[in-house]
Design a protein around this ligand. Structure first.
Ligand code: RBF
Length: 161
């Protein structure tokens, strides 16, 4: 990153030691979400975080994720909350309705509570796209969301609450 001589730079280091994370998982498409969850936990622990400092809440489907994220944020115990879900497009337009609500809900909650909420959602057109994003060709969106959570939690500390 080029900072052109700026002397004060706020950055979040990728160190999870001492940080507490909430993770909200949708049970729908559990086959994929379980891969996102193990990726997220693995990412946090490989960056120095403790499994004991991670709390997981399960909800029926992605539509319910923002509610559980809000409940976790209200506890004021977590440095960041990670949302994990997989919405696969079917014959009806349900996917866009769910995706819009989840994206909007998570962004609003993060700003309302001043705590990072990261987006580990797969919005796929088909099963192949979901497979590619839950631990194969396109990586693992749970890992990406956990990495973003670590960085944002540290950025929040760096800037000061
Ligand atoms: N939840 C998901 O997390 N992923 C999906 O792909 C998904 N598809 C759904 C399709 C339909 C037609 C409906 C009615 C629900 C679906 N849900 C899905 C569940 C949804 O997020 C929510 O849990 C339920 O609608 C109960 O409020």
């Amino acid at each position: 990153m080029i900072d052109k001589g700026v002397t004060k730079v706020f950055e979040g280091v990728l160190e999870a030691k001492g940080l507490k994370f909430g993770i909200v998982c949708a049970r729908f498409n559990e086959f994929f979400v379980s891969k996102l969850l193990s990726g997220a936990v693995d990412c946090i622990t490989r960056h120095g975080g403790k499994a004991d400092d991670i709390a997981v809440a399960y909800v029926p489907g992605s539509y319910e994720i923002p509610f559980a994220v809000k409940k976790m944020l209200q506890l004021k115990k977590f440095d960041a909350v990670i949302a994990l879900g997989v919405v696969i497009q079917g014959a009806t337009p349900h996917a866009s309705y769910i995706n819009n609500e989840v994206a909007k809900g998570l962004a609003q909650l993060s700003l309302e509570f001043g705590t990072p909420v990261t987006y580990g959602m797969i919005t796929a057109e088909n099963l192949d796209q979901a497979i590619e994003r839950s631990g194969t060709k396109q990586g693992n969106k749970g890992v990406d969301a956990a990495m973003a959570a670590i960085e944002m939690a540290n950025l929040t500390r760096a800037i000061g609450k």
